[in-house]
Design a protein around this ligand. Structure first.
Ligand code: ADP
Ligand code: ZN
Length: 607
């Protein structure tokens, strides 16, 4: 008998066109081929799907894949089909003919992978059909959906363990997720497995993502300048409200950006059309609420910008994780302001979750604020939150631009004295008006212009004071009471500083709208990341051909070839099918289908 892992490795090359496993994949594939139950916790974009796809193709029988989103299934099935694998999905949005095709492949035992939504799977006729088929494994994608602690609980997931038993007795089970925290992981093990599975946890680091946070100034200007640095690239701009989504899409469009809006309030046909265009065309910028993205499996998203503060640190990491799934450099920028923070706090306090749940939500939000105001490498701070120790990264704004700190004891004392002298009853803007000596209507009404604190902070702008408040709140000198109109009060720690018993260092205010490399530098960064000096004109011609083929087949461009494949083609300029076969991402099926067309373009570009 041949070594199953060796044949899996051969398929990695001949089906997917990949030259090697990514870190972690090989051990997982081996455990799956050995018949073990497996839980895989790996960050988005690290290549989880391959861990069940490869064993599914390598051995006889059918692998059932449970996925919560139809769009996600559709993409996966499309990509597998393009690679010559017999795969299908059963879901309510399929044409009846498609469902019939899949069922017939299922009956003839030709199907290797079947994607099903959990609610479909729980139908008795479906269970019966599958029990009569040659199902060898159930792979449960987005397994955190089983957990009520997770951010995306789906009750149907709770029945999956039971259904697996109905379909195949002790059916081999694999669960996959990108959500790392302890309570969620515990829930997955309890609810989906009869006995504890082999668990693989990969580092959460995504070194190709550049991390940056900037205080909000004029957010649409800041977003525009960030998007401009990425002209021609696909990207996502997340906003916290539907109205802002539409306004930003308009602003960007007026500035010549190929921007589209996406939020749950749009007509479904518009939403679907916009999502399809984002997936299929090059260089579309989606301005969206967080309703957008869960089902997005586009590997070449080059940037994610948060125009408003994300919901918490997990959500932040998930959302920026939609960039750079292909492993090439991708850029992220998060804008944050005091208003965002207050809003998030209020949403938590006024929500109707249990106290336990609220406590977890508060911690997750605080972790995000600490990241925004981090006094050291952001990646270090982020990974520390996920329980990983790491060195400074060199690829975040703080590593790249450094941070200047100063002794801010006096500033902190001024800010806290404004709080104390007004009886710990007021919100931020009022306190800042007092500090900067601004005689607003309210300041006069309360006689706060008579306080000794009035005007003691005139030497600084309001924006600087906002940053000081944010930072002393992030380090715990002051706290805010959300139940009482957001009034601020001074904590025990704060009193120590106020009384001069301890000192405090803060970061100098960050320059707004961090300037970064030009578009040319960025393209060069993508090329040099894979060690190439691709011919730009040839690359453009290859992209043109890719768009044409993708349009003709009505599939996203990356289903034809990934960016990386094109860059490698433009660098190595293969002259024969055999040479082309050595390029990343080109397996047998794609070589046969596209080889001649792309070889022609390469030949025509002889320099
Ligand atoms: P995840 O499910 O972990 O978010 P995916 O399975 O969608 O990630 O994989 C992300 C990208 O990485 C896909 O474009 C996939 O084709 C690619 N990929 C996966 N494994 C490899 C590999 N061994 N070599 C090169 N690319 C890979
Ligand atoms: Zn760093």
């Amino acid at each position: 008998m041949s070594d199953p892992l060796a044949s899996a490795r051969a398929l990695l090359h001949s089906v997917f066109g990949f030259s090697a496993f990514r870190p972690g994949q090989e051990e997982i594939v081996r455990a799956v081929l050995d018949g073990e139950d497996v839980l895989t916790v790996m960050p988005t974009g690290s290549g989880k799907s391959l861990c069940y796809q490869l064993p599914a193709i390598a051995r006889p029988g059918l692998t059932l894949v449970i996925s919560p989103l139809i769009a996600l299934m559709r993409d996966q099935v499309r990509a597998l089909t393009a690679a010559g694998v017999v795969a299908g999905s059963l879901n309510s949005s399929n044409e009846p003919a498609e469902n019939a095709r899949v069922l017939s492949l299922l009956r003839s035992e030709e199907l290797k992978l079947l994607y099903v939504a959990p609610e479909r799977l729980s139908r008795p006729d479906m269970v019966e059909t599958l029990a009569d088929s040659n199902v060898t494994m159930m792979a449960i994608d987005e397994a955190h959906c089983v957990s009520q602690w997770g951010h995306d609980f789906r009750p149907e997931y709770l029945t999956l363990g039971n259904l697996a038993r109905q379909i195949g007795g002790r059916l081999q089970t694999m669960a996959l997720t990108a959500t790392a925290d302890g309570p969620t992981r515990g829930d997955i093990v309890d609810k989906l497995f009869a006995a504890p599975p082999r668990t693989f946890v990969r580092s959460f680091d995504r070194p190709n993502l550049r991390l940056a946070f900037t205080p909000k100034d004029r957010s649409s200007k800041q977003v525009l300048s960030f998007v401009r640095e990425h002209a021609g690239d696909s990207g996502i701009v997340y906003c916290s409200s539907r109205r802002k989504v539409e306004e930003l899409a308009e602003t960007l469009k007026k500035e010549g950006v190929n921007a589209l809006p996406y939020h749950a309030g749009l007509d479904k046909t518009v939403r679907d059309r916009n999502q399809d265009r984002f997936q299929q065309e090059d260089g579309v910028v989606m301005t969206a609420t967080v309703a957008f993205g869960m089902g997005i499996d586009k590997p070449d998203v080059r940037f994610v910008c948060h125009a408003d503060l994300p919901g918490n640190v997990e959500a932040y990491y998930q959302e920026i994780g939609r960039a750079g799934r292909d492993g090439l450099p991708a850029d992220t920028l998060t804008l944050y302001g005091m208003g965002d923070m207050q809003l998030r706090r209020m949403q938590i306090e006024q929500g109707d979750s249990s106290d336990d749940r609220k406590r977890i939500e508060r911690q997750r939000l605080n972790a995000l604020l600490a990241l925004a105001e981090a006094p050291r490498c952001r990646r270090q701070t982020l990974l520390a939150y996920f329980g990983e120790a790491s060195a400074t990264c060199g690829n975040c704004d703080l590593c790249m631009e450094g941070i200047e700190r100063y002794d801010a004891t006096v500033e902190a004392q001024k800010a806290m004295s404004a709080i104390v002298r007004t009886g710990e009853r007021f919100g931020l803007e009022h306190l800042i008006a007092i500090l900067t000596g601004d005689g607003t209507e309210n300041v006069l009404k309360f006689n706060h212009d008579k306080l000794p604190t009035f005007g003691v902070g005139k030497d600084r702008k309001s924006a600087e004071w906002r940053s000081i408040f944010r930072q002393i709140s992030a380090v715990g000198l002051i706290a805010q009471d959300m139940m009482e109109h957001g009034r601020w009060w001074v904590t025990d720690e704060g009193w120590k500083v106020l009384k001069g018993e301890s000192r405090i260092e803060l970061r100098k205010a960050l320059a707004v709208a961090v300037t970064k490399g030009s578009r040319r530098d960025r393209r060069a960064a993508v090329a040099s990341a894979i060690g190439s000096d691709a011919d730009g004109a040839l690359l453009d011609a290859l992209k043109g051909l890719r768009s044409k083929l993708a349009k003709a087949q009505n599939v996203p461009a990356y289903v034809v070839f990934s960016d990386r494949t094109l860059v490698e083609l433009a660098t190595h300029r293969p002259a024969s099918p055999a040479a082309m076969r050595e390029i990343h991402g080109i397996g047998d099926a794609k070589l046969e289908r596209y080889g001649t067309a792309f070889l022609d373009v390469v030949r025509q570009h002889k320099n």
